[in-house]
Design a protein around this ligand. Sequence first.
Ligand code: AMP
Length: 158
Amino acid sequence: MPARKPRNLRKTPKPDKSFTIVVGCGRLGAHIASELAEAGNGVVIIDSNREAFRKLAPSFDGIALTGDATEIDVLEEAGLGDASALIAVTERDNTNIMIAEMARVLYDVPRVIARLYDPDKECVYQELGIGTISPVLLSTKEIEHILNPEPPEGAPER
Ligand code: AMP
């Protein structure tokens, strides 16, 4: 059977180059995708709303694919089977987890990261090899650090 033509791709994936799939082109997803591409990495970004791709840096030279990434067909079009990493950063925890699980369990993608707003869900996924980032925990740590900065090295203890 001939390979299906990818939808809405600016260009076809390069199988000879490792690449990362970013799911969700919100502010975070667009920033990650733009930075990874700027650093020379292959990037495929998926969003169900094609308008979202406007957030990408003008210099973004990766692939933008319009589709619902909870559909396996869409992930396959993005090249999930060959991806070296997947980062799921839609606005919904359950969507991110579902996509991350498909990438880890069904396609054995080596590095998978999901954004989770609910920090209580975090530990469950370590066992599956899914890394999680929690804006709540990261913000809390950063605020604590701003309020209680580490004393400079060599400073006398109080
Ligand atoms: P933000 O709310 O700024 O974090 O953006 C999240 C992005 O994820 C939005 O651009 C949504 O259109 C996108 N999104 C949400 N669900 C899906 C999905 N199932 N597949 C692809 N993109 C999605």
